[in-house]
Design a protein around this ligand. Structure first.
Ligand code: ATP
Ligand code: MG
Length: 397
């Protein structure tokens, strides 16, 4: 067992000693069997939340309404969720009713895919009611039960299928795939934020192009924001040599470059996708930088506007696209910039006004901008008296 499970064993033991059942469940079991690194350990139990809380000194009600209690043990936190059934999915997303139950099989039945419906006892024994181990061996994503029913209950599962296909480099089982094709339009009923989360995770998986291909094949692209207008750009992305992205900004940067989006179009797309404002502004920096790499128009001003953090993302996106660029050379050019931030300019509006060179008003902003460009381009040194002289010249004073 991996260290994360070994550390959690006393928690399961405590629950079992009190006469309840407790198992490792979900992604951590799947990833452990596959030999992948696990991030969080999920535990499922027959004990009800109040019963769990009575067993441990320190717990936090992290999701008590759906039966999740965080147990704190030796500096670690473990989410323990009471076995439950879900029913009445009126909105294709959230069950109307969550019921706590004592039966592990009933809990496993509500889970999305066979590889996610495995449970593991504290001693490492695996409970596999839906042939998840076979699917893991055959690299298959297969819905638990009838796929049509399962996607009707919760349409987000279609995005999750694609996400796991990319993360694990698994194929979606043909029956499950056909059901996704039949129900892809239900995606339009899901909150965009949820789709966004799964989509970004998909793009950050090991095989994003596989995920994109699945989204095209099943017509999911038609029911997520914006993408339907860019089917051929998506095909082009799929045809690129394998790429791997490291963060959300890179995902949207890559898409914006491939879709040929301008600054305002980036904002429009990302607003539709309900992305955070900082994601929008990061993407608006990355995209022009990558375009400049591609068009051999990299300049000091582009480097300055991009900034150190987004420059790394831009290089990652450029490499994903196969733009021939020397990362070290670009980073060196950036390190040579005379200033890297507006605040490093050796003059400011106050000094310009006090010295009588310019009055407050539109001229001030224009002059400051010109001075900044002159310093970035290396035509004036970043020195207050030289900048003052340049300002005077600019204003013919
Ligand atoms: P990750 O490694 O990305 O965390 P995960 O499998 O743990 O993957 P989670 O989203 O953390 O995925 O969900 C934990 C478990 O809860 C899943 O493995 C699955 O059993 C169940 N689950 C999550 N979302 C759904 C859903 N929409 N429908 C059915 N079961 C779900
Ligand atoms: Mg998880």
């Amino acid at each position: 067992l991996p260290a994360e499970f070994e550390n959690a064993r006393p928690v399961l033991q405590t629950i079992e000693d009190a006469g309840y059942e407790a198992y490792f469940v979900g992604g951590s079991v799947r990833d452990t069997i596959m030999g992948l690194k696990i991030h969080d350990v999920d535990i499922a139990s027959s004990a009800y939340p109040a019963e769990l809380k009575a067993l441990f000194k320190r717990t936090v009600d992290t999701g008590i309404e759906h039966g999740t209690v965080m147990v704190l043990d030796h500096g670690n936190g473990y989410e323990v969720t009471t076995f439950r059934t879900e029913s009445g999915y009126q909105d294709y997303r959230r069950p109307d009713k969550v019921e706590f139950i004592r039966s592990l099989p009933e809990d496993l039945k509500r889970r999305d895919f066979t590889i996610n419906a495995l449970a593991m006892k504290e001693n490492g024994e695996v409970i596999d009611l839906f042939d998840g181990l076979t699917d893991l061996k055959n690299h298959l994503i297969r819905a638990v039960g009838n796929p049509d029913t399962r996607f009707n209950e919760d349409a987000l599962r279609m995005m999750r299928a694609v996400r796991f296909a990319s993360k694990l480099n698994f194929a979606i089982d043909p029956n499950t795939m056909d059901a996704i094709s039949r129900h892809s339009q239900l995606l339009a009923k899901i909150a965009v934020e949820r789709i966004n989360t799964e989509f970004v995770k998909m793009m950050l998986g090991s095989q994003p192009q596989r995920g994109l291909q699945d989204m095209l094949n099943t017509n999911m692209v038609a029911y997520v924001p914006v993408f339907n207008d860019y089917r051929s750009a998506i095909e082009t992305m799929i045809a690129l040599p394998n790429f791997k992205l490291a963060n959300e900004n890179q995902v949207w940067g890559l898409l914006s470059v491939m879709f040929g989006l301008q600054r305002n179009q980036i904002a429009a797309m990302l607003k539709q996708w309900k992305a955070a404002n900082q994601t929008i502004s990061a993407t608006q920096k990355i995209t022009p930088a990558v375009n400049a790499f591609r068009d051999h128009k990299l300049s000091s001003v582009v480097l300055f506007d991009t900034g150190a953090e987004r420059l790394k993302d831009s290089l990652a996106v450029a490499n994903a696209i196969g733009i021939n660029i020397d990362d070290q050379e670009v980073l060196h050019a950036y390190s040579q910039l005379p200033i890297k931030d507006d605040h490093e300019l050796a003059i400011n509006g106050g000094v310009l006004i006090k010295s009588g060179v310019v009055n407050p008003g539109p001229d001030l902003g224009r002059v400051l901008k010109e001075l900044k460009l002159a310093v970035i381009n290396g035509t004036v040194q970043n020195d207050q008296s030289q900048l003052l002289a340049t300002a005077k010249r600019l204003l013919n004073r």
